[in-house]
Write a protein that binds this ligand. Structure first.
Ligand SMILES: [Zn+2]
Length: 465
């Protein structure tokens, strides 16, 4: 079997359908159950610039104060402390729930063009890649644009998957096709005797930026080293290969250490009369080890913390709200799985995830039964964002798979994939007002979910026959 999971950081559990044309409905608006939702004839509130600046400063404190937050790294430890202190300072009860996370250490990487002439090329190992032999791997290049081309062409070669991401908005709709080559490419090539893999960075715009991200090996196949190159390098190598033989030498030293101790950071506001019913609002605390993980998913972390802060200031909700900062989305999904193992038996009414960056909110993706959808629909209408079927987030996917109503925020992601998983994903790329708009949208939906009458039961797992 060669069916590999892709835990992209921008991937809900359900493939997104075509983008909607506009607001979800122009029908007369049903009455709201949620007492504190805004009146429907007023525009959504704009963020107070001073409060937006304060939220952005928190993002900067996380990004600059922790360093990168790759699972198992010292930066992840620091990030747990920073965010737990925020919850505490905001009057939100906080606890750390243990998670064993993988420990992958990048090491060094170099790529040399050795024919038709000698030159160094920029390269970045894919997360989870194995190392090359110490002397490196030197071999002819073969350019592949579709898995179907692999065949005999790959044997004894370094495979370059030169598969461009298509442009479009929401960009997340165009991510999955291209990222399949990053996630599955190494094992698919190894099956045909390739020695190593290079992947064209998954982005539509580039200034020489190289995008890392997870790759997952099929256990029954040889594990071959895998690295990303920029779109520019990929395009150049592809052009050169049409003119004659191209030879490359790849040398990399990544390695796995023993699993590390990490934590899901869980802020909780206990409900009043419906306290045994839970609403989860989540983001992932880990990042890749390049850049600052500011959009991915530092912005989501700030959304969650600030939502909890706003709700704690507003008053006690009827249901219990948990703000969960998951420990390990990027290279293992261990945070989401650990949360489900510890809490899956509890009555979860809804789970919401924000993991598409800090852009201005545009819509919601929802995975729901008809009954759940009918219940949440007035709350969506109140948010004035469009809604579409399919969505949630990787960290909450174990809950989604268990039939819990799941929602993912879809912000303006036109530039999200310019920075995603690169050295350029830094806090200066996040706009304070857009970030705070996301907090408002999530706060209002979370508050409505926590207070509306008559939550429907969870559905049958979507994957069941
Ligand atoms: Zn992410």
């Amino acid at each position: 079997m060669l069916l590999l999971a892709i835990f992209s950081c921008a991937h809900g559990p359900v493939a997104p359908p075509a983008p909607p044309a506009g607001p979800a409905s122009t029908e007369p608006l049903p009455a709201l159950d949620a007492p504190a939702s805004p009146p429907l004839d007023t525009p959504p509130p704009s963020p107070d610039p001073a409060d937006a600046a304060r939220q952005w400063q928190r993002l900067a404190e996380l990004c600059d104060g922790a360093g990168h937050r790759l699972a198992g790294s010292p930066g992840q430890r620091r990030a747990e402390q920073i965010t737990a202190a925020w919850f505490d300072a905001d009057g939100v009860s906080v606890r750390l729930e243990p998670v064993k996370v993988p420990t992958w250490i990048r090491g060094d990487a170099s790529l040399q063009l050795s024919a038709p002439y000698a030159q160094s090329l920029p390269v970045l190992a894919l997360g989870g890649s194995v190392a090359t032999p110490a002397a490196g791997i030197e071999a002819p290049l073969v350019v592949i644009r579709d898995f179907a081309e692999l065949g005999l062409a790959a044997k004894g070669k370094i495979v370059l998957y030169d598969v461009p991401m298509k442009p479009g908005v929401p960009a997340i709709d165009y991510y999955g096709d291209a990222v399949a080559y990053r996630g599955q490419g190494p094992s698919r090539a190894a099956e045909h005797g390739a020695l190593a893999v290079l992947v064209r960075s998954v982005t539509t715009r580039s200034l020489g930026t190289i995008h890392t991200g997870g790759t997952w090996y099929a256990p029954e196949l040889p594990k071959i080293p895998a690295a990303a190159v920029s779109t520019e390098t990929a395009a150049m190598l592809a052009r050169m290969a049409t003119r004659g033989e191209v030879k490359l030498k790849l040398a990399m030293t990544p390695r796995f250490g023993p699993d590390s101790d990490a934590f899901n950071v869980v802020g909780e506001i206990r409900g009043s009369d419906l306290a045994s019913e839970i609403v989860v609002v989540g983001a992932h605390l880990d990042s890749w080890d390049v850049g600052q993980g500011a959009h991915d998913d530092g912005a989501g972390v700030v959304h969650v913390v600030e939502t909890m802060r706003a709700i704690a200031a507003r008053g006690q909700p009827r249901r219990t709200i948990r703000g969960v900062l998951f420990a390990n989305e990027e290279n293992g999904l261990r945070g989401g799985r650990a949360y489900f193992a510890a809490h899956g038996h509890e009555r979860h009414v809804a789970a919401l995830e924000t993991d598409l960056g800090g852009g201005s909110p545009r819509g919601w993706g929802v995975t729901a039964t008809p009954e759940q959808r009918a219940w949440i629909e007035p709350m969506f209408t109140a948010s004035r964002l469009w809604v579409r079927e399919g969505g949630g987030g990787a960290d909450i996917s174990p809950l989604t798979d268990d039939g819990v109503l799941s929602v993912g925020l879809i912000p303006d992601d036109e530039h999200y994939f310019d920075y995603h998983h690169t050295w350029a994903d830094t806090v200066d790329k996040v706009d304070p007002i857009a970030l705070a708009e996301g907090t408002i949208a999530i706060t209002e939906l979370t508050w409505a979910l926590a207070n509306a009458e008559g939550a429907p039961p969870k559905g049958a797992p979507p994957s069941s026959p």
